[in-house]
Each structure stands twice: as structure tokens, then as C-alpha cells.
Ligand binder design. Structure first.
Ligand SMILES: Cc1ncc(COP(=O)(O)O)c(C=O)c1O
Length: 451
């Protein structure tokens, strides 16, 4: 909004010419009018917007993907923190290497070996959570208007990074076995016909966020071959891979091709507040990524890296992951049982074999984004499907997280949600269609669900 000219203040550090122009009545831009064009794509995620309400104690939040830290050995960690400061404080509280603490990078290679990855610590770049790795990878690959392929639906934080760098997301649908290779081929073929080569495929092969599905092992090499044949890089995001409920781990895409950019994290297998994640990149990409990391943060925090390193060295982290999976499996079971008991006819959902999420499909006419305030009024929160698409799809889906609330709260939350859905359907039956018009609805992409 243009503003009336104000007399120059002695505290305004403006060049003489600008001060003269302002004094002459030239409109002054609002602070927000100075933002770079790329910030237009930066909008608060629907999930973040909901956090304040959803975290009220009376609301059962099935919205966030927060790990259940009650399962951590906090006393042992407290002792580790004290010892770290006492013995290694001079290093732990100092700047470190932009690429990350060498000992931790070696341990990260041991963690990745569980999924068949053979990696050199020199190719690991430690980041502030894998979210930062996502941001940096997008920064070094994408110019405005570049195309990125991503599963539909996809992780909201990745979509945020793609939007921040003005990349265009083209979604590829999944079925209950994950990304569909034929649809990937079709998407790449159509883009090639327009002369477009996407910069990369962003994929979450294991226990997908938000869809809960896992890419079938038989499809993995095919996905890589298709991308290679079109000259498209693959970015594999794998924060949940070790959280399988059957104890099974899947071969990482990176274990099948050294060209894959692999993103990992200790957020879901250890503690999200430490903000320690990493990227494993081909040597040709590493130096550029380290420079980008340096410009963002100089170096990742030495303190949390050294704490994770000590934890991996001195604690039975494999047993801790097993404990986590048992907790999450119980909660998944509670959610599935409650869905089967309470959900109205016409709802569909998948049965996740790991990770944190169930993806729920609702009957036609219900709009999950429009319904959310009514759900919160009924004291239950979820993440509506539209946040997981870059293109307005998803109004007939929603994501339910079972990682954080207790099984009893999950059951109660699903019961409340079923009540809200039932009321929506009653209104639709009474008036022949939804009396509450859909906001931002649209055609639905195929979604993974139980038949
Ligand atoms: C698929 C996916 N990638 C990345 C992240 C970010 O994780 P981090 O805490 O390591 O930044 C999340 C967090 O929920 C996620 O679900």
C-alpha cells in the first residue's frame, strides 16, 4: 500500500537521493513490497497453521508427525549431555566443519548399511535435519520454473522447499505398492514432448509421508531405470526406513545406484529436537552442496552432532529403534481398529507396515479442508489432504498420525472424527449434496487405499 510521505527521520539510513524522493512525495514501499518474487510461494503449511489449536490438551491431535520421545532413556541421555560438556565442551560448543563431524559421518554410514548402502563418509553432508538437506538440494538443482517430479501426495515440507525455489511440481500417482512406474514413464514422456526434463524425482520409498505406503521392491530398479533413461536425478528421502513393523528393512534406492541423492535423519529414530539429518550425495555433487550448506549455516551444530555420535557409540540404538517400532505398531493397531469400528461407510484407508501415517479417503462430496474447523470444534485434529499436493488435489483425503497420542487417545480421536464425518454425510443426504460447499476442491488423483 502506498503511504503518504513522512518527513525523513534522522535515524533513517537512506541515501540522500532516496530521502529527497521521499520528501518530494514519492510513495514508499511497504516492507512486504520489498520481498523477492520467490517468497510469494512461501505460505504457512496448513499443518503449521493448525498447530496452536491442535496442541490444546482437550484436542486429540492426529495431525502432527511428532515422534514419541517418552520411549527414550532420558536419564542416560542427561548423563551423556553433562559428560559431553564436561569433557569435550571446548569442541562441542565451538564451530565445526561445514560437512559435519567426521566421526558422526562414519557412524551414519553404519546406519545406512542396514539398508544395503555402501557409502564413503566423505560423501556424507550433515545438515540441520533432513529438511535442510531438502532445501539445499533444491537450491543447488532448481532454477525458477524447473520441474520436479514428486509422488502425489507428497511430504508437505518438501513441497514448501520446492515452492520457495519456484520449482513446478508434477505429481505422479501411487497405488498400494507406491509410485507407479508406468505413470512415471507417462509423466516423463509427456514432459519430454514439451521439451521439459525435470531436475529430479523426489521420492519417499518407505512408509510414505503422508500416504503410508512402501514402494514395492520389484519396482525400485525400474523407477531408477526410467529416471536414468530420461536423464533425471533421483532424490530419495528416507526418514522412516528403519521403522518397519515387521522388522523388515527394504533396500534403499541408493543401494541400487550410487547416483541417487539420499536424505536421512535421526529425527524419527532418535530425537527430532536435536535437528540432525544428512545427505549422501555423489562425489560430483558434494562440493556444491557443502558450499550451499556453508552459506546457510556455516556448519551444523557441533553439540548435537557429538551428542548423536556418543549415543550411537555408547547406547543400544538398534534396541531403541525396536522399542520405537513396538510403540508405533501398537498405536497403528489402535488406529486401524478404531477406523474399522467407527468410520462411516465409504471411507477407505491403507494399512501401513511402518512409519507414522494412515491416509484416509472420505466419501465424495466431503471436503476435508472445509471440514477441519468443525473437527477441531469436536476436539480432534488431522491434516487435510490438500496440504500434500502442489496443485489443489487432496480435498477428499486426510492424513492421520498415530505416532504421538496414546492408543486410548487415538481411539477417542478417531471416534470423534467419525462423528464429524457422519454429520457431514447426514447434511449431504438431507440436502442431496454437500450443504457446505467445497473450498479448493478438485479432481482426485488415485490414492493408495484398501480395496
Ligand atoms: C518425508 C520427510 N522428510 C523429511 C522430514 C524432515 O525431517 P527432519 O526432522 O529430519 O528435518 C520429514 C519430517 O516429518 C518427513 O516426514
Amino acid at each position: 500500500m502506498p503511504q503518504p510521505a513522512t518527513p525523513p527521520s534522522p535515524f533513517d539510513a537512506v541515501p540522500a537521493g532516496a530521502a529527497a524522493a521521499a520528501a518530494a512525495g514519492a510513495p514508499r514501499p511497504e516492507p512486504t513490497e520489498r520481498f523477492a518474487a520467490r517468497t510469494a510461494g512461501m505460505t504457512a503449511s496448513e499443518i503449521r497453521a493448525l498447530f496452536a489449536v491442535a496442541s490444546r490438551p482437550e484436542v486429540v491431535s492426529l495431525a502432527g508427525g511428532m515422534p514419541n520421545l517418552a520411549a527414550l532413556p532420558l536419564d542416560a541421555l542427561a548423563a551423556e549431555v553433562a559428560d559431553l560438556v564436561a569433557r569435550e565442551g571446548q569442541v562441542a560448543l565451538q564451530y565445526g566443519s561445514a560437512q559435519g563431524v567426521p566421526a558422526l559421518r562414519e557412524q551414519i554410514c553404519e546406519v545406512m548399511a542396514l539398508e544395503g548402502i555402501r557409502a564413503d563418509p566423505d560423501d556424507v553432508v550433515v545438515t540441520v535435519g533432513s529438511q535442510m538437506a531438502l532445501d539445499l538440494v533444491t537450491r543447488i538443482y532448481c532454477d525458477p520454473g524447473d520441474v520436479v517430479l514428486a509422488e502425489g501426495p507428497s511430504y508437505v515440507g518438501a513441497l514448501g522447499s520446492f515452492a520457495a525455489y519456484q520449482a513446478r511440481v508434477v505429481h505422479v500417482a501411487m497405488d498400494e505398492h507406491g509410485l507407479v512406474p508406468d505413470l512415471l514413464r507417462d509423466a516423463l514422456g509427456s514432459l519430454a514432448a514439451e521439451g521439459i526434463t525435470p531436475k529430479f524425482l523426489y521420492t519417499i520409498p518407505n512408509f510414505h509421508n503422508p500416504a503410508g505406503v512402501t514402494l514395492a521392491v520389484e519396482r525400485r530398479a525400474e523407477v531408477l531405470e526410467i529416471c536414468a533413461s530420461y536423464g533425471v536425478a533421483v532424490v530419495e528421502d528416507n526418514p522412516y526406513g528403519l521403522l518397519g513393523f515387521s522388522g523388515r528393512t527394504y533396500p534403499a534406492l541408493r543401494s541400487l545406484s550410487r547416483d541417487v541423492v539420499y536424505l536421512g535423519s535421526f529425527s524419527k529414530t532418535f530425537a527430532s529436537g536435536l535437528r540432525v539429518g544428512w545427505a549422501l550425495v555423489p562425489p560430483a555433487v558434494r562440493d556444491r552442496l557443502v558450499l550451499a550448506a556453508e552459506s546457510a549455516s556455516l556448519c551444523p551444530p557441533s553439540f548435537t552432532q557429538m551428542l548423536v555420535s556418543r549415543y550411537l557409540a555408547a547406547h543400544d540404538w538398534r534396541a531403541q529403534i525396536k522399542t520405537y517400532t513396538e510403540v508405533y505398531r501398537d498405536r497403528r493397531d489402535a488406529m486401524l481398529e478404531a477406523l474399522a469400528t467407527y468410520m462411516p461407510e465409504g471411507c477407505t484407508w491403507n494399512v501401513p507396515d511402518g512409519g507414522f501415517y494412515v491416509w484416509l479417503g472420505v466419501p465424495e462430496g466431503v471436503d476435508t479442508k472445509a471440514m477441519l474447523p468443525r473437527a477441531v470444534t469436536a476436539r480432534v485434529a488431522y491434516a487435510s489432504g490438500t496440504g500434500f499436493y502442489a496443485d489443489g488435489f487432496g480435498s477428499r483425503q486426510l492424513r492421520l498420525s498415530y505416532c504421538y497420542p496414546t492408543p486410548e487417545r487415538i481411539t477417542e480421536g478417531v471416534r470423534r472424527l467419525a462423528g464429524v464425518l457422519g454429520a457431514e454425510l447426514d447434511v449431504m443426504r438431507t440436502f442431496g449434496s454437500s450443504a457446505r460447499p467445497a473450498l479448493g476442491g478438485g479432481p482426485q488423483a488415485p490414492s493408495p487405499h484398501t480395496p
